[in-house]
Design a protein around this ligand. Structure first.
Ligand code: CP
Ligand code: NVA
Length: 305
């Protein structure tokens, strides 16, 4: 097994299944109030260059439930690559901590952290991908659907970091993965080609949301302007308007379609209130599952199962 979790493809399909089995056990025990101190006395350094609610709270709470401790390090604490070289920080935290989780802008920085750290490094989002998110997403789909056969996932919006993690997942689990994005907001072409070349999944990229969403198991969306793209917010709001997930699009998707969103949601922009608040929306199960799945990932990387 890889030392780190930087991309979903760091795990094999079998390892992903084992993480889901462990997530289910940890979730049940948590709900029953049964302690599981599998990481007793261990510490997690959490480095954040960008804001976060879910990632910070789910890792910090999860680590506490595992009997360990998490340390929050914001941009003012760690000037990653500015106050101090990434490789020096990697070595430093490896002396103090048992695990590192980082949310950074430049994907190269997470790769450097992992290269120079002697402890496992977990990717908590970069400009390129968001693997913990999509592990929790697919686990939530499995939980609700009961299986992952004949899966049609439709991502409506930007070909961004979250969509990239869906592409990585499509290299491990078979699915029909569609993206409807405005022209010029396509995902990384090299990653699309790499995913297609594995021959496991069908990847469809279109500029028509109805084309993609019709007859889906899951309709997924994300913010139109990601963290770091705040200056483009107004311009993107105009360009992405036809890609809003609203009741008309959900009707095309069909009654059995679940609505997912990594959150935070910009209600009234990429998704309307009636969709995110509808019975088809499972966004809070999805957010809760971030914690259970990440606990399983930490326990697995630490060999503490
Ligand atoms: N979905 C997600 O990663 O949320 P935060 O940015 O709040 O961590
Ligand atoms: N694409 C979004 C995801 C937030 C969890 C961003 O990068 O801001």
């Amino acid at each position: 097994m890889n030392k780190d979790f930087l991309h979903i493809t760091d795990f094999s399909a079998e390892e992903i299944q084992a993480i889901f089995d462990l997530s289910t056990r940890l979730k049940m025990e948590t709900h029953k109030g049964k302690p599981h101190h599998l990481l007793r006395g261990k510490t997690l350094a959490m480095i954040f260059q960008k804001p976060s609610a879910r990632t910070r709270v789910s890792f910090e709470t999860g680590m506490c439930q595992l009997g360990g401790h998490a340390l929050f390090l914001g941009p003012a604490d760690v000037g990653l690559g500015k106050r101090e070289a990434v490789k020096d920080l990697a070595q430093l935290f490896s002396r103090y901590n048992d695990l590192i989780m980082a949310r950074v802008f430049d994907h190269e920085h997470i790769l450097q952290l992992a290269e120079h750290a002697t402890v496992p490094v977990i990717n908590g989002l970069t400009d390129y991908n968001h693997p913990c998110q999509v592990m929790a997403d697919i686990y939530t789909v499995l939980e609700h659907r009961g299986h992952l056969d004949d899966l049609k996932i439709s991502f409506i919006g930007d070909g961004n970091n979250v969509f990239h993690s869906w592409l990585f997942l499509a290299q491990r689990l078979p699915m029909q993965l569609g993206l409807a994005c405005p022209e010029g907001y396509d995902p990384d072409q090299e990653l699309v080609e790499k995913t297609r070349s594995t021959g496991l999944s069908e990847i469809v990229i279109s500029h028509d949301p109805f084309d993609i969403a019709t007859g889906s198991d899951v309709v997924y969306t994300d913010v139109w302007a990601s963290m770091g793209q705040e200056e483009e917010t107004e311009e993107r709001a105009k360009i992405f308007q036809p890609f809003q997930v609203n009741s008309e699009l959900m009707e095309a998707a069909g009654e059995k379609a679940y609505f997912l969103h990594c959150l935070p949601a910009h209600r009234g922009d990429e998704v309307t209130d009636d969709v995110i608040d509808s019975p088809q929306s499972i966004v809070f199960d999805e957010a809760e599952n971030r914690m259970h799945v990440q606990k399983a990932i930490m326990v697995t990387l630490m060999g503490a199962t």
